[in-house]
Design a protein around this ligand. Structure first.
Ligand code: MNH
Length: 462
């Protein structure tokens, strides 16, 4: 550890908290990263955390022979909510492999093509809502509305459920409870563990109530499906969780595990995609030239097709680059943890014992000037044209994590977000509020705070 730089001011007991803020741990780490270099450590309340963002070291941590996902910090704090669900399961828990094998076909091409029509349906509810706001000259709440959209999308496609988000003026109570548990899980990292029950007494009680609410919502949903006698092989995620046996072992998910998985997918399946769409819309509004180029692509590829087909989404190459570039600057799951599977030496320089772990700061890896150049802070979708991607080293763009435990919903998220950006670009000109400056809130995931846009309906857009 002594080889790894750390901040100069260290308080007894509290550790490196000078200049740190409780509500923006990730953005603080980015500041430290710039000062301390490609690997550094921070101490908080008796624990030493190692952060890595240099491209060479991050690539080494992606070596699945020597490293694996580490369930720690924020992820471990979600165990009371998500238990051994896919995202929070320890590598050695048998339910990980079981659920992974049973649910992976739910993200195949064929499955995705089946979700496409439902995605279009939910997007139409968003554009109805935005048409009304646009016509009345009102600005729209981008993160709020993207959260409604992505929650309805995963609920519809995965579970045949309708939260009615667009018919409500306030967020659905499920969303409020979810944001509560995410915020609480993050706050647990900002107080000394032994004092947490005392310091966070009130918050802990609210968190228990939030978890109860999530459990109840999910139990109702499962009960309704069981009462309806399954969906007779429509093969959505819930169907797979309830009906599908493992192809080799014949094993099924237990009712308790199904509950964990439903919560996992409802949360993991919308919060990060909502942020990604929101950042992309922010950058499109700030860069009219880029928006015009993306819009021209949509017009060219989709023409007058009222409802673009599944195949027509992946053809929006430039729109997809806008999304990638937004996820580069603000990967909405901003870090992931890796642990050593055996005693090893990271990057040929830093010895690690078996079980030792480090956090990969994707948000900083994606800005490493050695990879992305001196203009790494600038928004430029052309960084993702085919030639540029081929010339870049592997493991330099990691918004979806890495290896066996990488995001299972990646194609789902990319399809949904590209489709929605295409539909919105085709329908509206996006105007920023003149005084808006990007501020990013953190609740384990990232979101542009207070982002509102003014919409102008384009001529001839339906
Ligand atoms: Mn997703 C894992 C980012 C969309 C379901 N997701 C991960 C990880 C990252 C991630 C990073 C790995 C975390 C780790 O190593 O600890 N996910 C994203 C981003 C988006 C996203 C940036 C959108 C943009 N994720 C989705 C969607 C779904 C989903 C959509 C579901 C429909 N993600 C998961 C699940 C896991 C995961 C489940 C855990 C996979 C596993 O460990 O097997």
């Amino acid at each position: 550890l002594h080889r790894i730089p750390r901040p100069p001011y260290r308080l007894p007991l509290l550790g490196d908290v000078v200049g740190a803020s409780r509500s923006t741990p990730m953005q603080d780490s980015l500041r430290y990263a710039r000062r301390l270099g490609p690997i550094f450590r921070r101490r908080a309340f008796g624990n030493e955390f190692v952060f890595v963002w240099g491209a060479g070291l991050a690539a080494d941590l992606a070596d699945e022979e020597r490293f694996a996902k580490h369930v720690g910090l924020g992820v471990a704090n979600l165990r009371p909510v998500a238990g051994d669900g896919l995202f929070t399961a320890y590598n050695h828990e048998p339910n990980w492999q079981l659920a992974h094998d049973v649910l992976a076909p739910g993200f195949s091409r064929e499955a995705m093509a089946g979700y496409h029509v439902m995605m279009l349906d939910v997007a139409a509810r968003l554009t109805d809502h935005w048409d009304r706001a646009g016509a009345a000259g009102r600005t729209v709440d981008v993160p709020g509305d993207m959260t409604k959209l992505t929650l309805e999308t995963i609920a519809r496609t995965g579970f045949g459920h309708d939260f009615g988000s667009f018919e409500r003026s306030r967020p659905h109570p499920f969303v409020t409870a979810m944001v509560g548990t995410l915020t609480y899980a993050q706050r647990l990292n900002t107080v000394p563990a032994p004092l947490a029950p005392w310091l966070l007494r009130g918050a802990s009680r609210r968190n228990t109530a939030d978890i109860d609410h999530l459990n109840r919502t999910v139990d109702d949903l499962v009960r309704a499906r069981r009462a309806a006698g399954g969906r007779g092989g429509t093969g959505d995620l819930l169907d797979r969780m309830l009906e599908t046996a493992h192809p080799e072992t014949g094993e099924r998910l237990s009712p308790e595990n199904v509950r964990r998985q439903v919560i996992t997918f409802l949360v993991a399946g919308h919060e990060t995609t909502s942020g990604a769409l929101s950042f992309a819309l922010h950058y499109l509004a700030q860069h009219p030239g880029i928006a015009a180029r993306a819009r021209a692509e949509v017009d060219r590829v989709w023409g007058d097709t009222e409802a673009p087909g599944y195949e027509q989404v992946a053809k929006l190459r430039y729109v997809r680059r806008v999304l990638d570039e937004s996820l580069r600057l603000w990967p909405t799951a901003p870090a992931f943890a890796r642990e050593a599977r055996t005693d090893t030496v990271l990057g040929g320089a830093y010895p690690m014992r078996r079980g030792a772990w480090a956090l990969v700061l994707a948000g900083m890896l994606h800005r490493d000037p050695q990879v992305w150049g001196p203009d790494a802070e600038e928004f430029d979708p052309d960084r993702f044209d085919a030639k540029a991607v081929r010339s870049r080293a592997p493991h330099t763009f990691k918004p979806f994590g890495t290896g066996a435990r990488a995001c299972i919903g990646r194609q789902f998220a990319l399809h949904e977000a590209t489709l929605v950006l295409g539909l919105l670009l085709r329908r509206y000109e996006l105007r920023p509020e003149p005084e808006y400056r990007l501020r990013v809130t953190e609740r384990l995931t990232l979101m542009p705070e207070g982002l509102r846009l003014r919409l102008e309906r384009r001529a001839g857009s339906g």
